[in-house]
Design a protein around this ligand. Structure first.
Ligand code: PAF
Length: 283
């Protein structure tokens, strides 16, 4: 596996792959890799001849009250996992090259509407930071395919909208959430949980499953259902940021005609903000 930090050698390598007719897959990450990320790599390897993984902890997607410095950096361990999976190139750009004119001056990409709701309402500017870095990384790697976890469902929708709106020439793949044996969605943030919080954490997924069963069984009093589940979570030690039942396509409030819904939730356990989502099909 090659390790590249500079953009010029990355472009040179990319040019060689193109001459050789290789299909290029890309998995952007912020590192601290777990099975969820590794699943993205495995999916990329199924579809592509060569796979590039980036690790860049993107300051632009962290809010002022979110601790960028505390984000876990585990580059050597990450690199070993990727090597074992047969990744072709690990791209680790530096912040000073990515944001050469400084964050304040940085041209940005913003996907209106979808970026402002749900997680975007709780984390203003977050999806602008995500869309901007993903656009920049796409320009550097120029992949044919890129892979993102469905765990970050809204992020995936924002990226799909950006690719469509800006006529980007690549295919975006959503990869199903990988869960621990007890149902907790894998996430780098799980590492922040204390031992006792970790035991409680799967209740979020259990509560969402129960909510989806209630909807499939015919309940349509969504506001009441959401209040009931927020209370259950509160009684288990969570502070709910949101529970939303939305159209899976648009992330808007579902109408009577919508048959594919998604339940999205974010809740704090202590200082850790967990997010999860599950699809609900009414067909
Ligand atoms: O999902 C993530 O890890 C990040 O938001 C991403 C897509 C790598 C952009 O920094």
């Amino acid at each position: 596996m090659q390790r590249i930090s500079d953009i010029l050698p990355l472009r040179e390598q990319r040019r060689k792959w193109q001459i050789d007719g290789k299909v290029i897959g890309f998995v952007p990450t912020m590192g601290n890799l777990h099975q969820g990320h590794l699943q993205l790599v495995k999916e990329a390897k199924k579809v592509c001849d060569v796979v590039v993984v980036s690790i860049f902890v993107n300051p632009m997607q962290f809010g002022p009250s979110e601790d960028l410095d505390a984000y876990p950096r585990t580059l050597e361990q990450d690199s070993q996992y990727l090597e074992e999976l047969g990744v072709d190139c690990l791209f680790t750009p530096r912040a000073k090259d990515i944001y050469a004119r400084g964050l304040e001056q940085q041209t940005f990409v913003e996907v209106p509407g979808i970026s402002y709701m749900i997680c975007g309402a709780s984390r203003p500017g977050h999806f602008r930071g995500v869309a901007t870095i993903v656009c920049k990384l796409f320009n550097m790697v120029q992949p044919n395919h890129a892979f993102f976890g469905e765990k970050d469902f809204q992020q995936l929708q924002v990226i799909k909208a950006m690719v469509q709106d800006l006529s980007m020439n690549l295919k975006i793949h959503g990869v199903p959430t990988v869960r621990e044996a007890d149902g907790l969605a894998m996430s780098s943030r799980n590492g922040y949980l204390t031992e006792s919080e970790r035991k409680v954490a799967p209740i979020l997924y259990q509560s969402m499953l129960k909510l989806s069963e209630q909807i499939v069984a015919g309940r349509r009093d969504f506001r009441k259902l959401i209040n009931e589940h927020s209370l259950t979570l509160y009684n288990s030690g969570f502070k709910t940021d949101y529970i939303e039942i939305r159209s899976a396509d648009t992330l808007l409030q579902p109408g009577h005609e919508d048959t594919e819904l998604v339940i999205l939730a974010a809740a704090f356990l202590g200082k850790t903000r967990l997010i999860d989502n599950i699809p609900v099909s009414l067909e």
